[in-house]
Design a protein around this ligand. Structure first.
Ligand code: ADP
Ligand code: MG
Length: 686
């Protein structure tokens, strides 16, 4: 599509930009950015309003602002930690700038009496209004330039300023028509993709910011949104199309499965039966299965997966069950051994095994001696060769990265059957538009006899009451999960796991509790879970490592610290760890005294609702544009731009274009999808 001397943005590596060396390149690659088109498709996740100069006296806490003033005083303190404090005044009032982690040279940039422009987010500190690590510019009579500044998703080694600079440099190349992006949609009423991309990175400051956010009315937004929906639609359409023409092994024997089912200590729920039936039909159809099995936490997806695996084992072929954590892999291994009544066919493969043991397992897998391979990402090792991998089951599928999934598929002889398990249900309103092409089975009801978890909230100031209650509970044989969110360095007001331990140390005996977190060795974690399962410890003090899948039916109390920090789906997942046995269960959500409106609403919903589906719906509704990043927690495919949720008209429009584009050569389709959803490629092969 190149004309004249324009260069296609995909053919220029990011290293061709000024100021992008090896180190920055490597960081950018972590964000999936390799060439200039990737960079241009790294869209803002939010914008900062830098359009209006304000007076200091008019500033309110927790808002973005720009002010101009004079540096009144600069001071450094070392207690409680190293910090640079800069006092700024204008003729209405003053504000403090606070810097932690800074180079000593920063001290010399701020000269008392100099004029400065400061932009940041204000908050109420100990000495009044302050702002932490703001943007600033020492002034020499420059005029104020109003701006809407884009905010990007970052990774280690990249700052906002840096990524803004290189994206703006690349936008300039687009404007100057030195480079171009392939555009497959030509319509007189639509902006060109090239213009839209520039527009979304560099909004016109005269327009309201909302026009550029989800559901916004700016031309750039509409055009990019349309592009995203189309990409999504064609990705699934192509999967469907291809799968129809591709043969896959048929699995029709179910004697082993029947045998396992008959020996279970429980009978399957009607939803489990129905889902199992649907999956079994796919496996017998002769085309590759691509199915999502969704069901609330604790609904019993694992046994359904185990029964399906039995079809493959009976025919002497291999199954991989991929778990996101070692703890979970371990637990699945135990369940499978129990259900299958032996462990000869089954092997557990995690990355931390001793080399010799690993070699032995590899040998057994390539010789076909073992049929069920349960593991973490270790199942992807290059040296590992499967004899005849025919079914891949991804547990909590959204936790796996693109490359991991791709690797596993390469290991199968033919096109394998794929089953994705997810505990975060996809609301019906979305499933149709977003996931058309992926077959879905749903387990709606929980196994019988489950008593709903009583959920309540408690402010941090009432911690004493909580401690009494837990002391009583463990004296009466209860077991407790006590969960802390992960903490970022700058957020020292939160109760981290170490802080919490200090409190517990005083209130409980040393044998009552153990700590578990993600950075521990696998063996250590295994031991701790085992102790908890065997009731040797009463309290498991944990980070969110326990979010996924731990199954200890006796545990009946869940305490969540800083519950306002979690998304709804995550809270629901955590709560799902209790209420698995016959005892009455409780979930106590600790929170700070002051809550934002949205946090209040979240806590209200989670205390009033136990149905995962309606929680997922509310979760989506509550998430605003600023919360796009958190979307990965919902279990939905990782949408970059999130327009899929809004605008029915755009959806219909996209349908029309998608049907046309699907007729284009596969290469072009692949390109459009890849821009948006590299994750879909592994499923489709477009
Ligand atoms: P999830 O869907 O969250 O992965 P699991 O598969 O871990 O749930 O199942 C949760 C618990 O419920 C397990 O202990 C499992 O053995 C048990 N379970 C599964 N199905 C049933 C059933 N039909 N009746 C009773 N218990 C069941
Ligand atoms: Mg599970």
């Amino acid at each position: 599509m190149s004309e004249g001397n324009k260069i296609n943005a995909t053919s220029l590596p990011i290293s061709s930009l000024k100021g992008v060396g090896e180190k920055l390149s490597n960081s950018l690659i972590k964000l999936g950015i390799r060439n200039l088109e990737d960079l241009l498709f790294h869209f803002p996740i939010d914008y900062l309003d830098r359009t209006k100069l304000e007076q200091i006296a008019d500033l309110t806490p927790e808002n973005d602002f720009v002010i101009r003033g004079e540096i009144e005083k600069v001071s450094q303190t070392f207690v409680p930690r190293k910090m640079l404090l800069v006092k700024i005044k204008d003729n209405s009032g003053h504000i403090f700038l606070r810097f932690f982690y800074y180079f000593p040279s920063l001290r010399n940039i701020f000269k008392e009496g100099a004029n400065i422009q400061v932009a940041g987010k204000s908050r109420l500190g100990r000495y009044g209004l302050e702002t932490i690590h703001p943007d600033y510019e020492i002034l020499n009579n420059e005029d104020f330039i109003p701006k809407i500044l884009p905010k990007y998703r970052l990774t280690k080694g990249i700052t906002q300023q840096k990524i803004r600079k290189i994206i703006s440099q690349t936008c300039q190349l687009l404007r100057d028509k030195k480079i171009e992006i392939d555009d497959y949609i030509n319509h007189p009423n639509l902006q060109s993709l090239n213009d839209a991309v520039v527009g979304i990175h560099q909004p016109d400051h005269k327009n309201p910011i909302n026009d550029y956010l989800i559901g916004g009315e700016s031309k750039a937004r509409l055009r990019i949104g349309l592009e995203e929906i189309i990409a999504n639609k064609i990705s699934y359409l192509s999967i469907k199309e291809q799968n129809q023409n591709r043969p896959a092994e048929r699995f029709e024997n179910n004697i082993l499965a029947i045998n396992i089912e008959e020996n279970l200590p429980f009978s399957l729920t009607p939803d489990q039966k129905k889902s199992y039936q649907e999956i079994a039909e796919d496996m017998a159809s002769g085309s590759p299965m691509l199915r999502l099995l969704q069901g609330d936490v604790g609904s019993g997806k694992t046994i359904v997966a185990a029964l399906i695996a039995a079809h493959v084992v009976e025919d002497q072929k291999q199954v991989v069950i991929l778990a996101p954590t070692t703890i979970l892999a371990n637990q699945h291994y135990e369940s499978f051994c129990e259900w299958y009544g032996d462990n000869e066919n089954i092997v557990l493969l995690t990355s931390k095994l001793p080399v010799r043991e690993k070699r032995e397992i590899y040998q057994k897998i390539s010789d076909g001696i073992v049929k069920i391979i349960i593991g973490t990402h270790a199942v992807f090792q290059d040296e590992l060769i499967y004899q005849n991998l025919s079914l891949v089951i991804y547990d909590e599928q959204h936790r796996f990265g693109v490359n991991q999934r791709l690797k596993l598929k390469e290991k199968a002889n033919d096109y394998p059957h794929q089953l994705l398990l997810s505990a975060t249900p996809i609301p019906r309103t979305m499933a149709m538009g977003v996931l058309s092409g992926l077959d879905i089975s749903t387990i709606k009801s929980l196994p019988p006899n489950r008593i709903p978890v009583m959920t309540s909230t408690l402010a941090n100031s009432k911690r004493d009451a909580l401690i009494k209650r837990i002391q009583n509970a463990i004296a009466n044989d209860s077991q407790v999960y006590w969960v802390c969110p992960l903490i970022e360095e700058s957020e020292n007001e939160l109760t981290g796991i170490e802080e919490l331990e200090k409190i517990l140390k005083k209130e409980f005996s040393k044998n009552d509790y153990e700590i578990i977190h993600g950075k521990m060795k696998d063996d250590e974690k295994k031991e701790i879970i085992k102790n908890f399962k065997e009731r040797k410890t009463k309290i498991l003090l944990a980070t969110t490592v326990i979010e996924v899948g731990i199954d200890v039916p006796d545990a009946n109390i869940m305490v969540i610290e800083n519950a306002e920090r979690f998304g709804l789906s995550q809270l629901h997942q955590l709560r799902g760890r209790v209420g698995r046995g016959t005892k009455e269960s409780f979930c106590i959500l600790m929170h700070s005294e002051t809550l934002s409106e949205i946090s209040k609403e979240r806590l209200r919903i989670i205390t009033e609702t136990s149905d995962g589906f309606s929680i997922a719906e509310s979760d989506l509704k509550l998430r605003g544009p600023g919360d796009i990043l958190g979307l990965s927690q919902t279990g939905l495919p990782s949408f970059t731009f999130y327009d899929l949720l809004s605008n029915k008209e755009l959806q219909n429009e996209a349908d029309k274009y998608a049907k046309e584009i699907i007729k284009l050569p596969v290469e072009s389709q692949r390109k459009i999808i890849e821009r948006w959803f590299p994750a879909h490629l592994e499923l489709s092969d477009v």
